[in-house]
Design a binder for this molecule. Structure first.
Ligand code: HT9
Ligand code: FE2
Length: 349
């Protein structure tokens, strides 16, 4: 297929350390100027060190990129792929410099977050702007692909995971609760998510919408949406309840089994394997509850198909497939926000 308009696809992600010495500088990159207390950083550093200082995220991204490359080939789309991160190597600034050196003039950008909001969407726009500015004249034009929280392939992949996980419970016919989790953000950041005219909360509303779609497809009538991985100083309110506290609530209500679906994440990176599998898992043990976690879509072949569908929307005017009426924006050029007042960051303390 002709892709005359574009000559590359940039895979833009969060990044994570790949050895113990990387951990502290990585954390400093993530939290620079964001008022995260040093005690929190020490705690998170210990989580990474428990895993040998290696986050699974870069390896997972590289594997997903390989699958996407194969899927582009099958679709006859000739777009070389590049990989860049916000917080760790390969840094997006270096990747965009390489793209310019390779003669790339105009590239699509896929981000590994399905949602809107400051951390999930607009901060990736800032990454694009920063990377282009670092390269200066000759930086390629960068066209971001849209949010995909309600794409049928995203929903189907999570729904299959939920169904399989329910079936794996010790007593799937007994009382269990399905609980969706996403990364918490400051309440003020969620309130500012989306265009101001919409009244905010676009991140938490998209998370709720994705959860509803996945539960419906998995045919699970009752579920909760909770949050995880809270950061920042304790006096700043973040979205609640936290998954770990929520287990107490479920125990009090008589549930003995829980299926956790990390709807807010596309891969099993450290915030999933630490905050859910380790912390929430240990708390469930203390409460005598069975907790099983559903997998994430990033390693499902359908995720590569999803990326190619988003590419085809841009290069071939392919049908925009989405399951809800709720807007999926984020497709902007050169890091421009969707609207000037869209998804502004929470004010820093
Ligand atoms: C919405 C959201 C997503 C989902 C969208 C997306 O996927 O982009 C996400 C993803 C991730 N967050 C990650 C890791 C971290 N996030 C932190 C801190 C923060 N996250 C925030 C939000 C989000 N984060 C916020 C508002 C902060 C506070 C600081 C700030 O205002 O920016 C910190 C600092 C220490 C701490 O936890 O306090 C770390 C280490 C990793 C990589 C894990 C790995 O290494 O495998 C991933 C994929
Ligand atoms: Fe985070």
């Amino acid at each position: 297929m002709s892709t005359v308009d574009y000559d590359a696809l940039l895979w833009l992600s969060f990044g994570g350390p790949e050895k113990p010495e990387d951990v502290r500088p990585f954390l400093e990159n993530v939290t620079r100027g964001r008022g995260v207390p040093p005690e929190r950083l020490d705690e998170v550093e210990r989580h990474y060190l428990r895993f040998g200082g290696v986050s699974p995220i870069n390896k997972l991204n590289r594997a997903a990129i390989d699958r996407t490359r194969g899927e582009l080939d099958r679709a006859g789309i000739d777009l070389p792929m590049y990989f860049g991160n916000r917080n760790w190597h390969p840094m997006v600034e270096d990747t965009v410099a390489q793209m310019a050196a390779d003669g790339v003039r105009r590239a699509l950008v896929f981000t590994t977050s399905a949602f809107g909001g400051y951390s999930a969407c607009r901060q990736y726009d800032e990454d694009i702007t920063r990377a282009r500015a670092a390269v200066g004249d000759g930086a390629p034009e960068l066209v971001k692909l849209r949010q995909y929280f309600d794409h049928p392939l995203f929903v189907a992949s999570f729904a299959d995971e939920v169904r399989d996980t329910v079936a794996a419970l010790g007593h799937p016919e007994g009382a269990y609760r399905l609980v969706f989790t996403a990364h918490s953000v400051p309440v003020a950041a969620d309130a500012a998510a989306g265009p101001r005219s919409e009244g905010g909360h676009r991140y938490s509303r998209q998370v709720a919408e994705a959860a509803r779609l996945v539960a419906a497809e998995a045919e699970v009538p009752d579920f909760d949406v909770v949050w995880q991985s809270r950061s920042g100083p304790p006096q700043v309110p973040w979205l609640e309840p936290d998954i770990v506290d929520h287990l107490d609530t479920l125990r009090d209500k008589g549930f003995t089994q829980v299926v956790v679906c990390p709807i807010g994440f596309v891969s099993d990176h450290l915030e999933v394997v630490w905050d859910l599998d380790t912390e929430a898992g240990e708390h469930a043990d203390e409460l005598g509850m069975e907790l099983l976690r559903a997998g994430t879509p990033g390693s499902d072949p359908r995720f590569a198909e999803l990326v190619v569908e988003l590419v085809r929307e841009q290069v071939a005017g392919a049908e925009v497939r989405k399951l809800s009426e709720f807007p999926a924006d984020g497709a902007t050029v050169n890091g421009e926000p969707c609207w000037t007042d869209c998804c502004l960051p929470a004010r820093r303390p």
